[in-house]
Design a protein around this ligand. Sequence first.
Ligand code: S3P
Length: 170
Amino acid sequence: MTIAADQHLVLVGMMGSGKSTVARQAAERLGRRVVDSDAVIEAQTGRTVREIFAAEGEPAFRELESNVLLAALSDPEPLVIAAAGGVVLSAENRSALKAASARVVWLCADPETLVERVRGGGHRPLLDGDPAGTLQRMFDARAPLYKEVADAVVLVDRRSVAEVVEAVLR
Ligand code: S3P
């Protein structure tokens, strides 16, 4: 296994790439706790991601997202971290990901795969209007940023969750 016992495992990637599901299963295999960014934000604020976007706007949400990431990365207990899709937008977050004792894995999917997987509503208000177009634009803008922080890239198209978990832990 490539991940060291004292390193965090961090999953990054677009909405719908399977970060939360893969993180849960990988954490079970490793006997670790999962930190799932959106879930932590919702628990801490008592509001849904959608409510935070609507009431305070995206910049406020991004700040909460950074706080959760930076806190998790500085936790001495090795964790499995499902980072929210947008964490790579911030240069500070990208530096922290590169500096941390962490193995960062990019779950990479084609935008077409993502469109099939994401469902409207829920915690993804950015996809309300035009999910296919938005995912394509986001992918184009973010792919270089995911690549910049990743120690490994796992392609998830046409792969089962179990196969992806194996690839992540390999
Ligand atoms: C976002 C991804 C979502 C959520 C929010 C914004 C993004 O999380 O944080 O809707 O900008 O990529 P997931 O990556 O868990 O879907």
